[in-house]
Design a protein around this ligand. Structure first.
Ligand code: ADP
Length: 267
């Protein structure tokens, strides 16, 4: 069938006695596409009834003064849980969009401005937990890429640093460029992640030690989103962490994706 996308994985090994293995993975590719379509459709279809439920819960809450305390607490739970479901659906849709849609033409994304905005949002998220959040990003660096996707990836990392770092902890965001690559490093002084978890962290819904982690209300999809965004920028994610000391997540971008805009000298 000429319409059918045919793909082969070829493994070649051995030096003297060569063996060529050819696997037809066409069916696997089709199944993977069906999985992606299914997730995208289900997420989309769930959104409408959820919006209706949230609307009714909010209406009931606004007229809940006369209700007994227990009923008010139930309504509060319903509001929280439906908000959580909304986040989950949004993240699932983001992920399936990243997996299936072809990227638009890249635009120039200003790294300094983007990080400054996200750090301001992170301070609001920290609120009374009073983390110290600093960023060192030279101005003028541009990434040829997709602004909303980069915002989503960097926000996930910086908000995770806030979520998994106890009150008053330190969060540093740094940007460095050498001949080969540009690296955004997000460091925290939080709970840390044991090394055996590192290879699986970007899997959907994977959580390191859920019993030990604070309940952050996260969806378990954040790092999967980060991984896919970086892939679409020809980059990758790496991690370094020590239990009880903190973690650093590194976003690597190839040098050819970066440009430095030289600022106009003041007249
Ligand atoms: P979640 O919504 O659970 O935060 P993520 O995909 O963003 O999902 O992260 C996956 C898991 O990685 C988290 O559940 C947590 O166990 C771990 N993790 C991510 N970031 C950090 C961090 N900065 N410090 C400690 N653990 C982290």
């Amino acid at each position: 069938n000429p319409q059918q996308q045919l793909q082969f994985n070829i493994t070649l090994f051995g030096r003297k006695d060569r063996l060529l293995l050819v696997h037809d993975v066409t069916r696997l590719v089709q199944l993977e596409q069906m999985r992606k379509d299914f997730v995208a459709n289900v997420s989309h279809e769930l959104r409408t009834p959820l919006t209706v439920i949230r609307g009714y819960v909010e209406t009931l809450q606004s007229a809940a003064d006369h209700l007994p305390g227990r009923s008010q607490r139930m309504l509060e739970q319903m509001a929280q849980q439906s908000q959580r479901m909304e986040l989950l659906i949004t993240d699932l849709l983001t992920l399936s969009h990243l997996e299936t849609d072809l990227p638009d033409d890249p635009t120039e994304v200003d790294v300094h401005d983007l990080i400054a905005q996200i750090c301001a949002d992170a301070r609001a998220l920290s609120g009374e937990r009073q983390h110290r959040i600093s960023h060192q990003v030279d101005s003028g660096w541009m990434i040829a890429g997709y602004g909303p996707e980069l915002r989503s990836a960097f926000s996930n990392l910086i908000f995770n640093a806030v979520k998994y770092t106890p009150e008053g902890g330190q969060i540093d965001v740094r940007w460095q460029v050498d001949d080969n690559e540009g690296v955004l490093a997000v460091s925290d002084t939080g709970i840390g992640i044991a090394e055996h978890h590192w290879p699986r962290l970007t899997e959907r819904f994977y959580r390191a030690d859920p019993s030990r982690n604070p309940d952050t209300g996260g969806t378990g999809l954040g790092l999967a989103i980060v991984k896919h965004v970086l892939l679409r920028h020809e980059g990758h994610l790496s991690i370094d962490s020590r239990m009880g000391k903190g973690s650093t997540f590194y976003c690597h971008f190839p040098r050819q994706r970066l440009q430095q805009r030289v600022s106009e000298p003041a007249l």
